[in-house]
Design a protein around this ligand. Structure first.
Ligand SMILES: *Cc1c(COP(=O)(O)O)cnc(C)c1O
Length: 403
């Protein structure tokens, strides 16, 4: 492990160097891909020492792998956490963490607006005997009022997908800790250097590294960062024994490669998103725009403090009815006519991606379910990529002209 202290380094330096160890045999600068399932032992002393924790080392890639360890070490240093464990996906990171740390009879307070599959997962947790209360976690009073004697965790996503509601991490951490509960934050929409959830008081932060951290749309993965005692439990109980939720060495390598440029990519995503949000906010076809960096965002002041003035790369907007066309039809027309922006789910990639929840991912939801998730029938989620901002604006202009 590279023990250099990066706490005083600029973020981009940390992102490139932290966790990186030079290959002792050949001096390879870039982390090799250790594409192996198992690790040969010279004699019985070696496994005896590893299995009893007397010596570090790998025995089997489901539990530890040298490529994945470099990713974990880098991310722990980047977030300023004690330890990190990598998982096969962001959903895996959330599931393995909760299944490792909580059990039947425990109560979770979760945000009302969470990633779609997280919502499904919360239903399954009830099947396993956990209690789940969903509240608007941007309302600290509602969080406080939901506390029960068996509350073990407050779980929130900030900014939330796709409504970009911001929850106050410091405020929720205070409430959690007053009641001996953990605060777990899904920080996928705002990875460092935008938001440092642990430094704001969260106990555990999870990321879908599929999004900004990998950044190139070629590897699914998840990362959990927090105190070593919890990360060890997640690795041993959740990943080794319950969920088998390990990344492939190649995906860990792709994520490591993506992370080297994350600092500069994220800055540009944020700059482009602000330009596009301002363009859309002025356009007569647009009913409303949600972006934490706009003064019109109801929690702009909180976002300014909590997101280091960077605000992320996702813009959510609603279309007006135009002539005889409903907002839903207008959204469909717009998405059928964009040329540079790609119609696809996922986010946080170099390519701009756009999705229409009511017409795509949430198409089978009832009106009540959409309302509960604050998703309207004319709402579009736009992941602003790294193309030239003027080209993106022109793409919208030509598509608007065809509506
Ligand atoms: C994509 C996403 C996830 C799930 O991550 P996967 O890597 O796709 O499993 C979880 N939370 C948020 C906020 C996401 O955007």
């Amino acid at each position: 492990m590279n023990n250099t202290d990066y706490s005083e380094s600029a973020f981009s330096t940390t992102m490139i160097h932290a966790g990186q160890h030079k290959d002792p045999e050949n001096g390879a600068l870039v982390t090799p891909i250790f594409q192996t399932t198992t690790f040969a032992f010279d004699n019985m002393d070696v496994p005896a020492a590893i299995y009893t924790g007397k010596k570090p080392g790998c025995t089997y890639t489901r539990v530890k792998n040298p490529t994945t360890i470099q990713l974990e070490d880098k991310m722990a240093l980047v977030e300023g956490g004690e330890a990190c464990v990598a998982t096969s996906s962001g959903v895996g990171a959330i599931g393995s963490t909760i299944l490792s740390l909580l059990g039947a009879g425990d109560h979770i307070i979760a945000g009302k607006v969470v990633y779609g599959i997280t919502q499904v997962m919360l239903h399954h947790f009830k099947r396993f005997g956990m209690e789940v209360t969903q509240v608007d976690t941007s309302d600290l009073q509602a969080v406080e009022e939901a506390i029960q004697p068996n509350t073990k965790m407050i779980y929130l996503e900030t900014p939330a997908n796709p409504t970009l509601v911001i929850s106050d991490i410091e405020g929720c951490a205070r409430i959690a800790h007053e009641h001996d509960a953990l605060l777990m934050v899904d920080g996928t929409f705002a990875p460092p250097p935008i938001q440092f959830a642990l430094k704001l008081g969260a106990d555990i932060v999870v990321h879908s590294s599929t999004k900004y951290l990998c950044g190139h749309g070629d590897a699914i993965g998840g990362l959990v960062i927090g105190p070593k005692k919890y990360i060890d439990m997640i690795r041993v109980d959740g990943i080794k024994s319950i969920c088998g939720d390990c990344p492939s060495p190649f995906n860990s390598w792709l994520t490591l490669r993506g992370m080297k440029t994350e600092a500069i990519r994220v800055k540009l995503h944020c700059e482009n998103a602000l330009k596009l949000a301002k363009f859309l906010e002025r356009h007569p076809y647009i009913k409303s725009v949600r972006y934490p960096g706009l003064e019109s965002h109801p929690q702009h002041e909180l976002a300014k403090h909590q997101m280091n003035g960077l605000y992320g790369g996702i813009v959510t907007f609603e279309m007006n009815d135009i002539g005889p066309k409903s907002g839903f039809e207008v959204c469909t027309d717009l998405l059928n006519n964009l040329k540079v922006v790609t119609l696809a789910v996922s986010l946080g990639e170099v390519d701009s991606l756009i999705e229409f929840p009511a017409g795509m991912t949430h198409r089978t939801c009832t009106k009540e379910e959409l309302k509960a998730a604050h998703i309207t029938d004319r709402m579009i989620r736009f992941s602003v990529g790294l193309e030239d901002a003027d080209d993106l604006i022109h793409d919208f202009e030509q598509a608007f002209a065809k509506i």
